[in-house]
Design a protein around this ligand. Structure first.
Ligand SMILES: [Zn+2]
Length: 72
């Protein structure tokens, strides 16, 4: 038999905002409340793209060449 003297309570679990996994709220969970660095980056990327829309500058139309008038 093993005496459970001084058993530690289970860590608080938080849900990863990105994927919904249970993440233990511990100092070693450096990406909390995210479960991993990937989820953190994903969420940040989504937030940034949603909050700020980066206007995509299309190709500049600078190839218009007008022919000189023909004088007859
Ligand atoms: Zn996650």
């Amino acid at each position: 038999m093993t005496g459970n003297a001084g058993k530690t309570p289970p860590p608080r679990l938080v849900k990863c905002p990105a994927c919904g996994r249970d993440v233990p709220w511990l100092p070693q969970s450096r990406y909390r409340p995210f479960c991993s660095e990937r989820c953190r980056n994903t969420d940040l990327g989504a937030w940034a793209s949603g909050a700020y829309r980066i206007p995509q500058s299309g190709p500049s139309e600078d190839g218009e060449e007008w022919e000189s008038k023909r004088e007859g």
